[in-house]
Design a protein around this ligand. Sequence first.
Ligand SMILES: Nc1ncnc2c1ncn2[C@@H]1O[C@H](COP(=O)(O)OP(=O)(O)OP(=O)(O)O)[C@@H](O)[C@H]1O
Ligand SMILES: Nc1nc2c(c(=O)[nH]1)N=C(CO)CN2
Length: 167
Amino acid sequence: MKVVLSLGSNLGRRFTTLQGALDTLFDAPGLEFVKASPVYETDPVGGPGGQRPYLNAIVIAETTLEPRTLLERALSVENAFGRERLERWGPRTLDIDLIVVGDVVSDDPELTLPHPRAHERAFVLVPWAAADPEGELPGKGTVAGLLEGLDRRGVRLREDLKLQRPD
Ligand SMILES: Nc1ncnc2c1ncn2[C@@H]1O[C@H](COP(=O)(O)OP(=O)(O)OP(=O)(O)O)[C@@H](O)[C@H]1O
Ligand SMILES: Nc1nc2c(c(=O)[nH]1)N=C(CO)CN2
């Protein structure tokens, strides 16, 4: 199954954290790296004011794992990179969201698929469109189509930062 993951960081050494998270995510069997998007600097959406901008990227992978197992891996990588859950949408060293897992549809609050806010988030759709121009959000449409209606001003390409294929 194809998997689309969103990585974000707005605390600490943001780019080092994203690259470390990428390496750690793919450090166990069952998840094969396909592609990482460019890195974008993005204005924080939601949460308390005065937060630093995020670095965001999208990662595309193939998996044989169950969605739950993937979520557990994502949460454990967040914890390994010092994620603390203090307030909703508050600043974080690392955020990993499962955007799409194959054609799985779930409204379980523990794991909602596709991610319930992905279709309205330019910080997800802009990098995703760059990595996969044919991308689709099941039930919502193509990434390119969803982007048409969105304000992308808060999402800026960081040409100086490039994620390396996980080692
Ligand atoms: N598609 C999903 N990807 C990641 N976590 C999910 C998903 N659907 C539900 N969750 C649940 O959301 C919980 C809270 O996640 P988190 O604190 O990272 O939310 P958030 O990233 O702050 O906000 P948002 O959900 O708007 O991205 C996780 O523990 C997880 O169980
Ligand atoms: N710019 C930006 N804003 C956010 C982000 C994020 O990754 N980037 N993640 C959030 C919760 O998942 C809430 N707000």
